[in-house]
Design a binder for this molecule. Structure first.
Ligand code: HEM
Length: 448
């Protein structure tokens, strides 16, 4: 038996198998109606052309809850129905094609047109497709906002019955934020994408000049074919390593800032906040670049250039009847950096997988921070070590500095080495103790 509610809108719900009205017969209106019918509601459609569709069935009680599934441009016709809507809950599900298209949010406009109704903004972040298929993991949430708590409660009840989780975003003044939500284009990816693009372009031209251009200018040799695989397999891992260290740098800066200020209660500067908020995206992009590096590395043995060089070296050995002796150091070096690369990449994958919401939701906070922080630093260390081993003793070869420029991998080592050095300072027992106290709420009292 349905319990009678103190909420008048819910009370009506309980009395009968509730009749809901949907204005608009577009994709969203139809999908919503279908879901509501499946959940056991009675549904009646309203249309801008009441003569052709019939606004309400003859003699029917108007529904207490009306879904307005029409575009804002057609709201003015609703004004003529204002007396019918007095005291009713109008759910505004509309969206716009662009941000800031109108001076006020659609829902606020609707409330102004029909002041006697209780407008609730909601359901606009769901697609018609999501409504038809039922809530999936990624699409469970329905955001609501409105000035009447009872009206929101009534809408929340319908949403819950449809299987959605409701998130109350406050009064109708939040409607603009909800309407902008579906128009966002990867906002938290913007900075990481720009950074990845900038670094890729910089290192591409840097390496192009110091390899292809310099070989052409100094020796008249055309090695431009190297752009496709060799150069790419330098740019991608370099960008990946730098981006991985950029995931951990803001945390280190924040820790030093807290130590310097002697408190955790002061806000971080905006740039640091923004940087911290996009660490996951930075990490996922870095993983993407590392994956490209691994794929490029896999094709090294089948490259024509590599096979040609191997064959030429073997033929030359036979011709000269001279076998190059086995170099144990070289074997150690190559095996070690391959092994570190593989280990680093394995941990990289683990970091990427555990950052996905469906996985991280299943982890406790301690498990999540253990993986993302402790294993994260270990990943950074192993990948950096992989690059140091790759460089081996070439760091000391001044002849490797084409046109006075150091090789790309040397540049890529600067940031991760600095991050690890700073982290090492933070884990020194005396520093760690101070930081832990600050993070537990202790504040240094500055002498006035
Ligand atoms: C270079 C293998 C994973 C960073 C190299 C090279 C190889 C290699 C063969 C030399 C490329 C060349 O001759 O130009 C591998 C393997 C990996 C792996 C087999 C895992 C399956 C990683 C990961 C990172 C990384 C996860 C971290 C971002 C680098 C860097 C270089 C490099 C920065 C130097 C690029 C250059 O300037 O030549 N790796 N790697 N590698 N690798 Fe990896």
């Amino acid at each position: 038996m349905n319990k009678m509610s103190a909420n008048p809108f819910l009370a009506l719900t309980a009395l009968e198998q509730e009749l809901l009205c949907i204005f608009g017969t577009g994709d969203l209106g139809r999908s919503l109606g279908q879901r509501l019918l499946q959940t056991g509601y009675r549904v009646v459609y309203g249309s801008r052309r009441p003569h052709s569709c019939g606004l309400l069935p003859q003699g029917a009680q108007p529904a207490s809850l009306v879904f307005i599934c029409i575009h804002r441009e057609h709201y003015d016709f609703l004004e003529t129905l204002a007396p019918h809507f007095k005291g009713k809950v109008l759910v505004d599900v509309s969206n716009n094609l662009k941000k800031n298209l109108y001076p006020e949010a659609n829902a606020e406009y609707l409330q102004r047109l029909i002041p006697g109704a209780h407008v609730v903004k909601g359901f606009n972040t769901l697609s018609a497709w999501a409504l038809q298929n039922g809530p999936s993991d990624a699409n469970r949430q329905v955001y609501l906002c409105g000035n009447s708590a009872e009206a929101k409660e009534a809408v929340a009840e319908v949403a819950t019955k449809l299987g959605f989780t409701v998130l109350d975003k406050g009064s109708l003044s939040s409607a603009r934020e909800l309407e902008d939500f579906p128009l966002q284009l990867f906002p938290e990816w913007r900075l990481p994408l720009r950074l990845a693009f900038g670094l890729t372009v910089f290192f591409f031209f840097y390496l192009l000049i110091r390899t292809v251009v310099s070989a052409y200018v100094e020796q008249g040799k055309d090695i431009s074919f190297r752009i496709m695989a060799s150069l790419a397999n330098k740019v991608f891992p370099i960008v990946s390593l730098i981006m991985l260290s950029l995931c951990y740098l803001p945390g280190v800066i924040a820790a030093f800032l807290q130590l310097y200020r002697g408190t955790k209660y002061k806000r971080f500067p905006d740039w640091l906040d923004r940087w911290m908020l996009c660490r996951k995206q930075l990490g996922l992009l870095a993983l993407g670049f590392a994956s490209l590096h691994v794929l490029y590395t896999l094709i090294i043995p089948i490259r024509y250039y590599v096979r040609y060089r191997l064959a030429a070296a073997t033929i030359s050995e036979i011709r000269l009847n001279h076998t190059i002796p086995f170099d144990t150091t070289m074997a150690w070096r190559t095996d070690s950096y391959y092994a570190m690369g593989i280990l680093g990449f394995g941990l990289y994958l683990l970091l990427g997988i555990t950052s996905l919401p469906s996985v991280s939701n299943a982890l406790s906070w301690r498990e999540f921070s253990f993986i993302q922080s402790k294993l994260g630093y270990l990943t950074l260390f192993i990948c950096t070590f992989h690059t140091y081993l790759y460089g081996w003793d070439k760091f000391l070869w001044v002849s490797g500095y084409t046109w006075y420029t150091p090789p790309g991998y040397m540049l890529s080592l600067v940031l991760p080495s600095a991050v690890m050095l700073l982290k090492l300072l933070l884990v020194l027992p005396c520093v760690d103790r101070s930081l832990t106290r600050i993070r537990q709420g202790w504040e240094r009292s500055d002498p006035e």
